[in-house]
Design a protein around this ligand. Structure first.
Ligand code: BG6
Length: 259
């Protein structure tokens, strides 16, 4: 039976990989088990991340992360294995209006400690004017993180539905209406995507831009689960930006269903 389950999962991984066109899809089994929750996905992803880092032992790794409840599970379930690593963990973008527990800064610090590495924070308040942001970017402390981001080796980020993320970040009613109008379905670190994968709205902030994700030497990993997120994942994840998607069985089946 176990073999059957594993075989089923690897077939599913191959199918999802085909529709997305990315290099790898990893699916955590057990989503139909009543005891399954997001923590399982977090633990699985934390393990996969460690495997990737094991192959980079002799070089410095700059790891960028985003916020969100899924990434918080990755951070919280990751175990400290007593190993010190040459790794700097940094937030992918600054100030996106999340609660402190699920902010990228907090997650970066937790992951750095568990990996035996160091971290830097991006102290950028939310909702700043573009001109203020531009001058902030010249501040040495912020500039240092932005320079690190430009050289990041790995980015791990969550994916949200446009609707939920707009609400969670306290976007105004007119912004929410605009998102509906332009058909935003998915979101990742402040970028909102339409069904056909176009960026239809961007939250003003500093840090990674989508074009940065196209860099060949940046490994981009998206982590997301939930049937309600299937459409969002399809809109956000593309071979243009992504290398790996980590999700669960239920979400994967729903993605195939609606594709
Ligand atoms: C945000 C990230 O913090 O969390 C986004 O910047 C992501 O990339 C979102 O879409 C997802 O949140 P959650 O709580 O559904 O994991």
């Amino acid at each position: 039976d176990y073999i059957k389950v594993i075989k089923g999962i690897s077939d599913l991984e191959a199918e999802v990989q085909k529709i997305l066109g990315i290099s790898q899809v990893l699916i955590v089994p057990g989503a139909y088990n009543p005891e399954y929750n997001k923590t399982e996905l977090g633990r699985f992803a934390a393990g996969e991340l460690k495997k990737i880092l094991a192959n980079r032992k002799d070089e410095l790794t700059i790891l960028a992360v985003t916020g969100g409840t899924t990434m918080a599970e990755v951070a919280n379930t990751m175990t400290w294995d007593g190993e010190n690593r040459q790794i700097i963990v940094i937030p992918g973008r600054g100030g996106l209006g999340e609660d402190v527990e699920i902010q990228a800064n907090t997650i970066a610090a937790t992951i750095a400690k568990k990996l035996g590495g160091t971290y830097r924070m991006l102290h950028v308040p939310d909702n700043l004017q573009e001109t203020t942001l531009n001058s902030l970017c010249q501040e040495p402390q912020i500039k240092e993180v932005l320079d690190l981001l430009a050289r990041a080796n790995i980015l791990v980020h969550g994916v949200g539905t446009a609707e939920e993320m707009a609400k969670r970040r306290g976007l105004s009613l007119s912004e929410i209406n605009y998102l509906k109008e332009v058909g935003a379905v998915g979101e990742a670190f402040g970028f909102y995507f339409s069904e056909d994968g176009k960026i239809v709205y961007t939250t003003t902030s500093v840090g990674l831009k989508l074009d940065d994700l196209k860099r060949d030497d940046l490994l981009v990993i998206a982590i997301a689960e939930g049937e309600e997120k299937a459409r969002a994942i399809l809109s956000v994840v593309s071979p243009e930006y992504h290398d790996i998607l980590i999700t669960d069985e239920k979400t994967a089946r729903e993605m195939l269903e609606i594709f």
